[in-house]
Design a protein around this ligand. Structure first.
Ligand SMILES: C[S@@+](CC[C@H](N)C(=O)[O-])C[C@H]1O[C@@H](n2cnc3c(N)ncnc32)[C@H](O)[C@@H]1O
Length: 241
């Protein structure tokens, strides 16, 4: 199969994220793109496959959520509902000193990411096939991470219930959203207060090629999350906080 080359857009990386991938990081992005296209023939990983779309809506979007805000050189992160590896894999490539756990309830996607991480030579990635409601109550994961990312998984209050129990006090959850309304902001605030957190910032921006509107919600964990959260499997989506 002849695969297109991803655009470099070095100036755009630099002007929007104040960062530019090294030669090695660029070839890892390209290799990941090729693995996804191959994987798409076995399972439905993503519909975003055109090179500049992939660059903008997967690579750039994944990194835009964490780059301006998260400055620690070392940290332990979890990407909840990672799917085909977004934003987790671009994060692991661009920040080799971060330890990134990729979580998804679909075993087939985690198997794909296991093979992909190996071929990309990523030694800072750990794969986990489980429900987030389950691991949020398990000793090895609860209050274990400094950063939790979650993109395109559920409504915002549900994402907050998934993410906050996994964070250490002082840690940060990043909710990647498209459009964002006042009603959503009110619902999220109410949920976050029950979970031991506070919404620190709502960052609105546009994607650099097609000017799609995005919002990133940054939620700081300010105190331990009450033991009852996350609730049992399925309850957060059936009865959001
Ligand atoms: C629409 S995909 C988004 C994938 C990726 N984050 C992205 O933005 O491209 C949502 C993913 O979340 C996973 N997921 C949904 N609910 C989950 C749960 N309760 N625990 C773990 N994974 C979950 C699904 O299996 C699916 O792969």
């Amino acid at each position: 199969m002849l695969v297109a080359t991803l655009p470099e857009f070095a100036d755009l990386w630099q002007s929007t994220l104040n960062w530019c991938p090294s030669e090695q990081e660029r070839s890892q992005f390209q290799a990941f793109y090729e693995l996804i296209l191959q994987g798409n023939q076995q399972q439905n990983l993503t519909r975003i496959t055109e090179p500049s779309d992939f660059w903008e809506k997967h690579l750039w979007d994944s990194l835009r959520g964490v780059f301006p805000k998260v400055t620690q050189s070392r940290l332990s992160a979890i990407d909840i509902g990672t799917g085909a590896g977004f934003p987790g894999i671009p994060m692991a490539i661009a920040r080799p000193s971060w330890n990134v756990t990729l979580l998804d309830s679909t075993r087939k996607k985690i198997n794909f990411l296991q093979d992909a991480s190996r071929s990309l030579g990523l030694t800072n990635v750990r794969l986990l096939s489980d429900r987030v409601e389950q691991i949020g109550q398990s000793a090895g994961h609860r209050e274990a991470y400094q950063l939790a990312t979650i993109r395109a998984v559920a409504a915002a209050p549900v994402c907050a219930e998934y993410a906050l129990p996994l964070l250490k006090v002082g840690g940060l959850a990043v909710l990647y959203r498209g459009q964002w309304t006042e009603e959503e902001a009110i619902a999220l605030d109410q949920a976050v207060q029950q979970l031991g957190g506070a919404v620190e910032e709502c960052d609105r921006f546009e994607t650099p090629l097609t000017q799609g509107v995005r919002h990133c919600l940054y939620i700081r964990k300010t105190e331990p999350t009450p033991r009852e959260f996350p609730r049992a499997i399925g309850i957060p989506t059936q009865t959001p906080l």
